[in-house]
Design a protein around this ligand. Structure first.
Ligand SMILES: Nc1ncnc2c1ncn2[C@@H]1O[C@H](COP(=O)(O)OP(=O)(O)OP(=O)(O)O)[C@@H](O)[C@H]1O
Ligand SMILES: Nc1nc2c(c(=O)[nH]1)N[C@H]1C(S)=C(S)[C@@H](COP(=O)(O)O)O[C@H]1N2
Length: 174
């Protein structure tokens, strides 16, 4: 079964074409590197508008049937940063360990890692994971949390994700 992976770039400027989106493609490149089981990307680029973020997350999870949705951008303290609020609004369960681990890992690279309010949660058969907007942060964060993602997706009855252990070894207890 081909796993659908949602890649949601949330950036006023990338969505307006002021700069090229580099963070969505960085998520796609990481998935291509880590996943050895079949997958396909469902990518969107939108502005930092809470209603639009919620609507797009619902569409990726419920209509497209993505088992994993990675967002990038809008996790900071600025007035228009509302990705965590939108994520929480559409999820039935929050998974705070993802944000905790990603912030801890990001602190190895930038002291401003604590400014990201990135989180994760479950909506139906989808795990939604927030990543910061900076293109370089994508790999730094995903490498840290990816070992737990395939088992999390098993638990929500999604497709079995297999990884390249040279990039990231998936851990399945038992
Ligand atoms: N999707 C992206 N593609 C390329 N670069 C990005 C992207 N998102 C952010 N960046 C870079 O990271 C910097 C900080 O990102 P941040 O998310 O704080 O942007 P922002 O000030 O909220 O503006 P915007 O919502 O317009 O991206 C940006 O100035 C930009 O250089
Ligand atoms: N790994 C990593 N995490 C990071 C950063 C980064 O460059 N690398 N930038 C930080 C900064 S400066 C901010 S403001 C917050 C929020 O970024 P966002 O609003 O683009 O999501 O993420 C933080 N987390």
């Amino acid at each position: 079964m081909t796993a659908k992976i949602g890649i949601l770039t949330i950036s006023d400027r990338a969505s307006a074409g002021i700069y090229e989106d580099k963070s969505g493609p960085a998520i796609s490149a990481f998935m291509a590197e880590v996943l050895t089981s079949p997958w396909e990307a469902v990518a969107r680029v939108i502005a930092d508008e809470q209603d639009l973020i919620e609507k797009t997350l619902i569409e990726l999870a419920d209509e497209e049937g993505c088992c994993l949705v990675c967002t990038t951008g809008g996790t900071g303290p600025a007035r228009r940063d509302v990705t965590p609020e939108a994520t929480e609004a559409v999820c039935t369960k929050m998974m705070p360990g993802f944000g905790e681990l990603m912030r801890q890992e990001s602190l190895k690279y930038v002291p401003t890692a604590i400014l990201s309010r990135q989180t994760a949660g479950i909506r139906g058969g989808a795990l939604i994971v927030n990543l910061p907007g900076k293109p370089a942060s994508i790999r730094q964060c995903l490498v840290a949390v990816f070992p737990a993602i395939p088992y999390c997706i098993d638990l929500i009855e999604g497709p079995r994700l297999e990884t390249d252990p040279a990039v990231c070894k998936a851990f399945r207890p038992g």
